[in-house]
Design a protein around this ligand. Structure first.
Ligand code: AMP
Length: 224
């Protein structure tokens, strides 16, 4: 486990370290180094300026998976993403990072059978990774309740804005519990995104990394 020492020093549990070992991760990426301790310790919300490929999914995913309870019978975290592909990808990444923890993680997107989604939601889901339109559908049907969530993540917020989902996103935010931690990740920070952040996030910290971050594998080559 010596290889994973840097991950251990960020405050992650043995269960998570085992999951990371299985995935073959050796050291945290810059966004993970900055975000994980902040999320594990403080009470702050986070705005991360980071693109896909920087390891941002694990940056927010690992502390969220550590922070939520097994068998709570209520949705504890919602991750909003712009596309169905990303919903599936993020959900798969979280599943591979949860280790032995008994958590139900589900992607929810339009185009997928409503019946099947309703059936799974009734059985109890801990983490929902969804696209805004279908999440709003479920909120209106009351098949999804977000009044108890501990974490809300807006992933690729600028893409959700570009695709015209920002009003849906705002309506979803209004349906979430007041005491949640909110995280916003975006490659760019257009005014509308900054506005949402300022309106709904309390005490937030900005964390930024460039795509070609100074992150190298031990042999000196770039990983990202
Ligand atoms: P993301 O930016 O979250 O889309 O992640 C990009 C890819 O990098 C995914 O395939 C991750 O599984 C992988 N990845 C994330 N963090 C690390 C890490 N610390 N070491 C190696 N690979 C990683």
């Amino acid at each position: 486990m010596k290889k994973l020492e840097q991950f251990r020093m960020l405050g992650l549990s043995e269960n998570t370290l085992h999951a990371l070992e299985k995935k073959g991760f050796e050291e945290p990426t810059p966004i993970q180094q900055k975000t994980i301790p902040l999320l594990l310790k403080g009470e702050v919300d986070i705005i991360g300026q980071a693109q896909t490929g920087t390891g941002k999914t694990a940056a927010f995913g690992l502390p969220i998976l550590e922070g939520i309870q097994e068998k709570s019978k209520t949705v504890q975290a919602l991750i909003l993403v712009p596309t169905r592909e990303l919903a599936i990808q993020v959900s798969e990444e979280l599943n591979s990072l949860k280790g032995e923890k008994n958590l139900q993680i589900m992607p929810i997107y339009g185009g997928q059978s409503m019946e099947e989604q309703l059936r799974r939601l009734r059985k109890g889901i801990d983490v929902v990774v969804g696209t805004p339109g279908r999440i709003l559908d479920h909120l209106r049907r009351k098949s999804l309740r977000l009044g108890n969530i501990s974490y809300l993540v807006l992933d690729e917020a600028d893409e959700m804005l570009n695709m015209g989902f920002i009003d849906d996103v705002e309506e979803i935010i209004k349906n979430t519990s007041a005491q949640k931690r909110m995280l916003l990740f975006s490659a760019t920070m257009p005014e509308k995104i900054v506005h949402i952040a300022e309106k709904y996030m309390k005490n937030y910290e900005m964390v930024g990394v460039k795509k070609r971050a100074a992150y190298h594998k031990p042999d000196g080559s770039d990983l990202f």
